[in-house]
Each structure stands twice: as C-alpha cells, then as structure tokens.
Write a protein that binds this ligand. Structure first.
Ligand SMILES: C=C(O[C@@H]1C=C(C(=O)O)C=C[C@H]1O)C(=O)O
Length: 274
C-alpha cells in the first residue's frame, strides 16, 4: 500500500504540492486533501500515515506521532492568511462575541493568547464555518485562516485586520509554527524506509519551491483571483522551516497555552530519525 499522505487544501501548501508534482512523487503516495481540522482528525484516527498536524493537536496526541525534521507551516512575522477581521479595535473586544473558523485549531488558541496577553481582553468565543458575512452577523470579530483569509485581505472592506503571525512576533519576538509534519509512530517503525523517502521528497520539494517562488506565483495567478505580486509576497512570507528558533517559538506558544489553561502539559518535541 502506498503511504497515505495529507495535504492542506489551501494556497499555503501550494509551494509544497508544486514541488511534489514536478518531481513525480505523486505516483508513489496516496494524497488526501482537506482543511487542517479534517486532516487532524484523519491523522488522529490513523487514517493517514504522514501529514501536517495543527501544532496544538500535537500536545494532545504526542504518543501517536513523531515529528518530521525541518518541516512545518510557519511564519517569522506576517503570515497574511491567519487574521482577526474586526468591526472594532481589539482592545474593545472585552465581553464581545468572537467567531472562530472551524477549519483551524492552532490559530484559535493563538488568537485567544494574543487577545488576552497583548490586548488584555476576554471575549466570548463561538466556533463557526469560515463564512465572513455570517460570522460578522453573530460576532464583533472573526478568525479566518487559509484562502478565505487571503480573500479578506485582498479585498479589504471597512474592517480592521490583525495578522496573527505579526501579532505573535510583536508579542514574543519569535516566529510561529502553525502546523508540524508528523508520521504515525507505527508507520515510522514498520515502514521506516518509506517514511524516510516521503520526508526527503518533501524536503526536496521545499527547496525546489523556494528556488521557484516567482514561477509558482506566476502560475497560480492564472487561476486564482490574486495578483502575481500578492502571491509572491505571500509565498515568501510563509515559511516551512522548523529550525531551533522556530522550535523555541513553538515551545513558547505551548508555555502560554498552558499558563492560560488550554493545555495540560507541554509536550516534548520527538523527532523521526531518517
Ligand atoms: C498559514 C496557515 O496555517 C494553518 C493553520 C492551522 C491551524 O490553525 O490549525 C493549521 C495549518 C495551517 O494551514 C493557514 O491556514 O493559512
């Protein structure tokens, strides 16, 4: 059986996918697409062998997974696709309703940390499908991620926009890691060579895409509503890095999540060795 691999169905993972296509890797894997929360569930239920897992979910399911080294969905500052879209300044959200997109896991907690620690407010939260007009009918502000967030940024209306990558960097000085790449522990033991092959394909794909960002933005602009320049900017802000500084930023996120009671304990980062 081919390794079952998850793929985030947002533009954020297009650079990765692009590299897999150009290297003909897709024939060797079964690629399963979905939103981050769908992929989280597939991974947790053991229906995928490898894939991106929301960083916050790693806290609760560390026993099931090992981390793939040097791979993540992260940003060192502005991310553009994880946004609070608000009718009023963040400082005025205390006691107000905030709608959180149900496609997100990490960013829901990230938003709560930022509103509590940077803006000193405690809203009430509701989880909703990622539909901005509806979210703003029930709430004063909304958390959007992925392409829906990009669209809100691209066609700004009379609303305030906070970029959560930028907010995190302002609060802590560190980059933020939204998703880690994991392999199922059993798969890593029973099919170590396959896990290693997929990991290396991903790393090669990353390198390829970093060297061809302009071309990827050019191609994507042909079928997306976004301009080539907008996409180039987006793809260069998004990082797939998970080096020491990114790991430190993630540990800081876990510490803050724990101090606010969102997680019980801080996980150790345990890596698959290839
Ligand atoms: C950059 C993004 O990061 C994402 C946010 C995630 C989350 O909040 O759980 C998970 C995976 C990433 O897709 C994005 O969705 O645009």
């Amino acid at each position: 059986m081919r390794p079952r691999v998850g793929h985030i169905q947002f533009l954020n993972c297009l650079p990765l996918y692009y590299g897999l296509v150009t290297q003909n890797v897709l024939l060797d894997i079964e690629l399963v697409k979905g939103t981050p929360t769908e992929l989280n569930q597939f991974l947790i239920r053991g229906e995928l062998d490898i894939g991106p897992l929301s960083s916050i979910e790693y806290c609760f399911h560390q026993d099931k997974f090992l981390l793939l080294p040097d791979l993540a969905v992260s940003s060192d500052g502005r991310v553009q696709s994880i946004l609070i879209v608000s009718k009023r300044p963040a400082r005025e959200l205390d006691g107000q309703s905030v709608s959180l997109a149900n496609t997100s896991a990490t960013s829901q907690i990230l938003l709560k940390i930022i509103l509590a620690q940077k803006y000193g407010v405690q809203p009430t939260y509701v989880v909703s499908p990622p539909d901005l007009p509806r979210m703003l009918m029930e709430s004063e502000a909304a958390l959007l991620i992925g392409d829906v967030a990009l669209r809100a940024l691209y066609h700004p209306q009379d609303l305030l926009i906070y970029d959560l990558g930028e907010e995190w960097k302002g609060l802590t000085g560190y980059p933020m890691t939204y998703a880690v790449w994991v392999v199922r522990r059993e798969f890593a033991i029973e099919k170590a060579h396959l896990a290693s092959e997929v990991h290396h394909s991903f790393l090669k794909s990353m390198t390829y895409s970093q060297e061809h960002l302009e071309q990827i933005a050019h191609d994507a602009a042909r079928w997306e509503i976004f301009s080539e320049d907008f996409l180039k900017d987006y793809f260069s802000n998004l990082q797939f890095n998970f080096d020491e500084r990114y790991q430190k930023g993630l540990m800081l996120f876990y510490e803050k999540a724990k101090s606010l009671g969102y997680i019980g304990q801080i996980p150790q980062l345990e890596f698959f060795s290839t």
